[in-house]
Each structure stands twice: as C-alpha cells, then as structure tokens.
Ligand binder design. Sequence first.
Ligand SMILES: Cc1cc2nc3c(=O)[nH]c(=O)nc-3n(C[C@H](O)[C@H](O)[C@H](O)COP(=O)(O)OP(=O)(O)OC[C@H]3O[C@@H](n4cnc5c(N)ncnc54)[C@H](O)[C@@H]3O)c2cc1C
Length: 606
Amino acid sequence: MTYSVPVKDMLFNMEHLARIEQVAQLPGFEDAGLETAQAVLEECAKLCEGVVAPLNVPGDVNPSSFKDGKVSTTPGFAEAFKQYAEGGWQGLQHPVDFGGQGLPKTIGAACVEMLNSANLSFALCPLLTDGAIEALLTAGSDELKATYLEKLVTGEWTGTMNLTEPQAGSDLALVRTKAEPQPDGTYKVFGTKIFITYGEHDMAENIVHLVLARVAGAPEGVKGISLFVVPKFLVGQDGALGERNDVHCVSIEHKMGIKASPTAVLQYGDGTAASIADSAGPGAVGYLVGEENRGLEYMFIMMNAARYAVGVQGIAVAERAYQHAVQYAKERVQSRPVDGSVKASATIIHHPDVRRMLMTMRAYTEGCRAMASAAAAAYDAAHHHGDAQVREANAAFYEFMVPLVKGYSTEMSLEVTSLGVQVHGGMGFIEETGAAQYYRDAKILTIYEGTTAIQANDLVGRKTGRDGGQTARVIAAQIEKTEGELRAEGSAAAQAVADRLEQARTAFLDVVDFVVAQSRSDPNAVHAGSVPYLMLAGNLVAGWQMGRALLAAQALLHKGQDEAFMRAKMATARFYAEHILTKAQGLRDAIVDGGASVMALPMDGF
Ligand SMILES: Cc1cc2nc3c(=O)[nH]c(=O)nc-3n(C[C@H](O)[C@H](O)[C@H](O)COP(=O)(O)OP(=O)(O)OC[C@H]3O[C@@H](n4cnc5c(N)ncnc54)[C@H](O)[C@@H]3O)c2cc1C
C-alpha cells in the first residue's frame, strides 16, 4: 500500500489556519513563508514516500532484535536514517547556530506528520532526539550544548528520554535511580530504566540518554529529581568518542505494535561493566543538566515538545489508515447499493455506512491536523513575537492545546484505525492486508508520554483550574467570533456548522464552570469527568478549526480556486459539525451529571 503525503491539505492549513505569512513576519523566520513551506514539504514527501514508507511493513514483520547486549534494527532502517540525517531533516526546527535549519514549528509539524505516517516506528528515533535537543537547549550549560547539540541536530547521534522505572510510570515522584556526585563535578548514575525507546540501536554512532535520577540526600518526591546527560560513549575534549559508558541494554520488549522501534531496559552502573574491558568502570558517568532537583521542570519542557509530537503521530497514523481504507473501498465489490444506482453488486464505497466510516476517518484526521497546525503557529508566536503580551497570550493558548493535541488526536487515532479495519471487513483482521498494523501501532499513542488520563489531569489542573478557567473562556470567545463569521457568510453549510459549534461551545463552557467550581470541593467528581472533558475540548477546538477551514474554502471557491479540494473541505467540515461536534452535549451531561455514578460502587464491589 502506497502512502501519498497530503501536501495540499497541509499547505491549506498553514496558509489559512496557521497564517504562515504572519509567522514569516516573526524575527528569525523571514524566509519561512508559504513558498518555502511548499518546497520543504515536497522534498520531505519524497523521502517519506520513497524511502521510509516502504519500510513500514518490513519493520512490523521483522522487528528490532536483541543479542549479546546489541540491538539490530530492521534491515534498511540504518540506511534510511542516514539519508534522513544527511538531508538535514533532524535539524529542521532547531537553531542554525547548532547546525539546524531554524524553521518554524508551523512547517516542522507537517514534516513530523509525514514521517510518522510513513513509519511510526522509524519516526520515533527522531522524535525522541528532538526532545533531547529541546531539553539541552533549555537547560544545558554552554559546555553540554557545545559537546552534544550539533551532533544531535545533525542526526549523527540520537537522543532518548529516560523517565520510566519498574515502580515509576505515571508517578515520577517514585523515581529511584541514584546519582552520586564525583570530585571532578560529574556524577555516577546507578539504576534501572525500562521502556526506553531507541535506548539501544545500530543507527547512529552514539546515544545521548537524558536521565531522571536523584542525587544522594535530595528531598523525597518530585522536588528531589535531577536531570542528567549520560552518553553511551563518553566524549573527549576534542569531541571524539572515547570509552564505553556503564549503561547497558539488558533486553528489549516484545510489543503489540511499533515493533520495529526498540523498547529497551537499560541498566545504569550495575558493576558488570567492570568486567567489560573498554569501560570507564562501574557507575554510568553522567553530567548534570541545569541545577540539581529541577530535573522534572526541565523534563516537562522536553515532554511538552514530545507530547505535541505524539499527538501528531496520532494524526499521522490516522491519515495512513484512511488512505488504505479508501483504496480498499474503491476496489472491493460487495452488495447492491440501496438506492438502486447500480443493478448488481458494486464497490463497497457505494454503501452509505461505508461512506459514513470513511467520512468519520477523514473528518477526525483533518480536524486534528487543523488543530495541530493552529497550535504550531501559536508556539512560533509564543517564542518569537516581539511583543511580550502577544507572546504570553500565544503561550497560554499553546499550553492549553498540548493536552488536546496529545490526548484527543491519539484517542481519535484509535477510532480511525479501528474503522480502517472495519472498512476492510474480514480482510482487515488478516495481517497481510496491513490495516491491522495501524490499529496495533496506534494503541501506544494513548499511553506513552503520559496516558490520556495524565493529559486530562494536566488540562483540569494546570490548564483550567490554575487560571480559574480564563484561557478556556478566551478560546470560547474566539470560537464565538468564528460562529458570527459563519453566520454572516450565510450559506446553509456555514449556518449548520455555526449552530453545532454554538451548542458544543455552550457545553464546553458549562464544563469549564463545573471544573473551576468543583475542583476543590469535589475533586473525585471533576476527575471522574476529566477524560470526557479533554475529549469535549479537543472535539470543540478541532471542530472550530474545521469551521474556519470551511470559511476559507468557501471564499476560495468563490474565487474559482481548486473546486474539488474546496468542496471536499466544506463537505468534511459540515460532516464534522453534524456527526462529531454533536457528541459534545452527551459528554457535557456525563461530566456535569454523572460524576457520582463513576464512584458509586465501593472498591470491593468490583
Ligand atoms: C512502547 C513504549 C515506549 C515507551 N517509551 C518510553 C521512553 O522512551 N521513555 C520513558 O521514560 N518511558 C517510556 N515509556 C513508558 C510510558 O511513558 C509509560 O508506560 C506511561 O507513562 C504509563 O506508565 P505505566 O506504564 O507505569 O502505567 P501506570 O502509571 O501504572 O498507569 C496504569 C493506569 O493507571 C492510570 N493512572 C495512573 N496514574 C493516574 C492518575 N494520577 N490519574 C488517573 N489515572 C492514572 C493510567 O492512566 C493507566 O490507565 C514507554 C512505554 C511503552 C509501552
């Protein structure tokens, strides 16, 4: 099954929703207008379609393997990663000073999407490396930056994120890995990390682990966690690779999906390294990032970047599943159409229910892509705008969007990839068809980088409760403005979308009031509805962006531009409003009225 990058839709979002020409006015992004975006996307599409996508099925069938402490990735991955790195793609969004291309997230996010559509397992290596780069840029000393950044940005080395331990998953307060200060200012790290994506592999010369650990005597809980750089190979003053550090891969996991991406158990300083001739000795040499005990704060910066990217992974796998399903629906002949338009069995795309499934897949995917695109532009303004107030407003918007992009887009990817299997009927359940892989691959997206419940806790606590619902209400006011524009446009489609948006926005505001009012007095009731609140908010914001898209498409249609694309966009926006936005009211009722029944059963009643 081939994959074709939806460049047109990506550029439409950039131009009309993210307003890339405004992004190109920001200092540092002067060359990053629509023309640049188009050139970059088309070039990236060649690599994704031609080199990375063909490795998707081979990665599933012949995943990474582990032998004698070494991980071998799927044949072809290392060569593809070399091409990716040599093409400068790892550095797309990173500073020019460290060898990057310094492009805005507005463009970068589209490239992240296509790489992930092509191959989720492959794309995880660059995704984690981006996170490591982000953490070093934010909190690393000049020396750490000088030693590691350029190598990471150019893709010569890769990065990992080491948070999870057997007893510490969602709850990082339970991290036990130890770091002992050494007289020379370095630390020796001891402990076990599990589930470390690309924790060991054969695609790059060195692996730079970003590790959460506790310095001896640090306070209990999250306030006693520090962040360290622990390279697989130590790096000399001259930048050359030196001794093997005492961090070793003990095993890799057998997984439900993303099988080609190695998920490693890493042992830091178990002493066995003493027996390894070329090792620096027991204890993995680590370098403190920033200050002691502020590790979680830095890691959150990295996680915010990674959470957004995981949301984009959801959009990516949904797009791929959609394309696959459309192709099958146009080929598979089964049953007579109910409207008698064909007098014999016809392709299944004739059947209204198959159309409903395809439209659902398409609307969710386009809606979430539109939401992610608008969020990316806010990120760029939050970091680059000259006016502090504008930066602040955009930062608040972006921060609110991160749990939605992550939580909503990944949950929707499960629905979309499941529908993708359903469109294929029995063949969807048969691995050889390929639809099942997307479903299996998508499941991890609602779990890592914080489960959906953890995203919802973030939305309820940090993003809604902390400012008394102010950011949520500002967003609702912007949505109301779009409703006005839709009504002014006057077409039946615009009117239908405005009506549904208004209902969903009102439902959202009820829930915001409920969350703000009850967070202290009835935290169980609020958290019983936290994931539904996240779903409602994501549903609304994606629907809002589809409403904006409809307005833009209608205006462009009047100008005679690309009729087929504009009409499809308008139909999809209307479908989203009528079939997806309408779920908002049910979510509202469940949250506001249904908290008590969630907790009604005593624990021993289960
Ligand atoms: C393939 C794969 C790759 C991964 N890659 C990495 C990596 O590169 N680096 C890394 O550090 N980790 C990685 N992880 C770990 C991943 O981030 C964790 O699995 C995830 O954060 C969940 O933690 P857990 O598995 O311990 O589940 P738990 O925390 O035990 O959660 C179990 C259930 O309880 C719920 N729950 C827990 N706490 C709360 C709460 N406060 N409120 C509501 N519900 C709650 C969860 O939502 C979930 O449904 C990876 C995991 C996998 C499977």
